[in-house]
Design a protein around this ligand. Structure first.
Ligand code: FAD
Length: 506
């Protein structure tokens, strides 16, 4: 049966929007719908990580983030007197192997709107005020029943795959009867965004304030904005926390009411939950539909960005080459453990704040809690999945991201050149290489480019220089993760053969 679309995307929050742009960029026929007419209006994401901006590059939306964001100065835990307990005091000027500063603070209403506008310029079919009400995964295709909320008409569309990026209360997840595991952080917090009236005199570091009276987070959002998040203690009435006087009182240790205007406020229950499955048949969950965490790590949307990046190239390659589902099945295998780490460690920061707040002496806080809280500063690599031998391997850097080639001028990065690595798979080496005809055929089929890194690129890029010491030829996936590298232990033929077995039809 001929399908109406290659992929239907349900939910155009930041994660579904990214997936739409990526799939459309790969040349697929995409339908993307959202129940709402407008972008989400309450305070949510404020930080985008280095990997997040690198992924945004793939969808040509990095400029949108850059124009609406500021580098984060640092991040740490402080006591009730705002004295430093631990964390990363300064991040200024740090450039990671992804070619970006570790974290940027952005203003989501600006970025979401600009991305929404960009979607309208693509060939994707975008239907706003349309809600998914039923989904049937048939053997050959997926049928989605969608209600037009303007005239109540119900339409059926078919596609090869369906992606649920429809947020925490995901209809796709519920309709597919996919359960969730509650990782047991459920606390009410009030979140407030303000616009400063005058010059900023506040810190440029994100602070987790471990005050026994009330733990809270201060976030130096993109100027002229600032964000505070305050826990609502047990027994307190959460409705009172949206009262302007109450909010002014909470912020009073930082600012006088005359110094700002409250622009957005919301009470949330911060959850930590993860879906039991990220895919079922030809349907997939990405973003908050698959996992939700308290925002202390600033990584919820980032996890969703990683989901979209991981899944979309696999869908595109599978459809283009009529592959079986072997490749696509690695989505859950690779993403679920990583997303679970983010959920658990985000909750870990909240638990660590509470533990620090309960003691005068931070050294009394149990080591496991400290490890979990601070563990969040370094994310793990991928573990099992589409890597040589099926498992990440440090000796090859398999499971890690290949560094982005950058150009520095006067100690500043002036160019980021992921395009050198190509859009698809890449065979990256210092010297020109040749492969036998059979391998060449296969590599051509999966759109693999041969990239010989010029000496000046290697010399200018510390991370690439280091990585190239591990082997001769690196196979890098379209999402820039390293599949493996050839060396005196593994020949290039063996490496390519393993890749072929893992993605081709049996
Ligand atoms: C206070 C707070 C601060 C945060 N800070 C950060 C941060 O700094 N950095 C970070 O990375 N993350 C942060 N997060 C997390 C981040 O906001 C979320 O992970 C992110 O918004 C999830 O995006 P999404 O696209 O998956 O879902 P959503 O943004 O929830 O989008 C889902 C979309 O699906 C639509 N939809 C739902 N059901 C249907 C249906 N049946 N049919 C059609 N459409 C439907 C909805 O209308 C909505 O537009 C924060 C979260 C909170 C609450």
């Amino acid at each position: 049966m001929k399908q109406d679309f290659d992929v239907i995307i349900v939910g155009l929050g930041p994660v579904g929007s990214l997936a739409t742009l990526l799939l459309e960029g790969y040349g697929l026929k995409v339908l993307a719908i959202d129940r709402d007419k407008d972008i989400y209006s309450l305070p949510r994401a404020v930080t985008i990580s280095d990997q997040g901006v690198r992924i945004a590059q793939e969808a040509n939306i990095d400029d949108i983030y850059l124009q609406n964001s500021t580098e984060l100065g640092g991040a740490g835990f402080v006591n009730k007197d705002l004295e430093f307990i631990g964390g990363v005091l300064s991040l200024k000027g740090v450039i990671t192997s992804n070619g970006w500063t570790p974290s940027r603070m952005f203003h989501q209403p600006f970025t979401d709107q600009a991305i929404r506008d960009k979607l309208q310029e693509t060939k994707a079919t975008i239907l706003l005020e349309h809600e998914l009400i039923e989904v049937k995964d048939k053997a050959t295709h997926v049928s989605a029943f969608i209600q037009n909320l303007k005239d109540d008409k119900k339409v059926e569309f078919s596609s090869k795959y369906l992606i649920g990026s429809d947020g925490g209360s995901s209809s796709v997840r519920k309709l597919l009867q996919i359960g969730q595991e509650d990782l047991e952080y459920n606390r009410d917090w009030v979140v407030v965004d303000v616009k400063l009236n005058g010059e900023n005199r506040l810190d440029d570091k994100a602070l987790q304030v471990c005050d026994p009276k009330r733990i809270c987070t201060y976030i130096p959002s993109h100027l002229p904005f600032r964000r505070w998040e305050f826990i609502i203690n047990e027994g307190e009435d959460k409705n009172e926390f949206l009262d302007i006087k109450k909010i002014q009182d909470l912020i009073s240790r930082w600012l006088e009411p005359s110094e700002y205007e409250i622009i957005r406020k919301a009470v949330y229950q911060f959850h930590s939950v993860i879906a039991n499955n990220f895919c079922q048949g030809s349907c997939f969950l990405i973003g908050d539909a698959a996992h939700q965490n308290p925002p202390f790590m600033g990584e919820g949307m980032m996890s969703g960005y990683r989901d979209a990046m991981n899944l979309c190239w696999k869908i595109a390659l599978t459809l283009k080459h009529n592959l079986n589902d072997k490749l696509i099945e690695t989505y859950q295998e690779e993403r679920k453990p990583h997303a679970q780490f983010v959920v658990e460690n985000s909750a870990g920061i909240g638990e660590l704040m509470e533990a620090y707040a309960k003691t005068e002496d931070p050294s009394q806080v149990p080591k496991e809690l400290v490890a979990k809280g601070y563990g969040s500063f370094v994310l793990p690599n991928l573990d099992e999945g589409l890597f040589y031998g099926g498992k990440a391997d440090d000796s090859m850097n398999a499971g890690q991201l290949f560094p982005q080639p950058v150009i520095y001028k006067d100690n500043e990065v002036v160019e980021r050149n992921d395009e050198i690595l190509g859009k698809g798979f890449a065979l990256i080496s210092k010297n020109k290489i040749e492969v036998n005809n059979q391998d060449n055929e296969f590599l051509k089929k999966i759109g693999c480019s041969f990239v010989t890194l010029k000496a000046h690129v290697i010399n200018q890029n510390y991370w690439i220089e280091k990585i190239m010491e591990l082997g001769e030829v690196f196979i890098v996936r379209p999402d820039k993760y390293i599949f493996g590298c050839s060396s005196n232990k593994v020949s290039l033929e063996k490496l390519i053969d393993d890749l072929r077995k893992r993605i081709e039809n049996n």
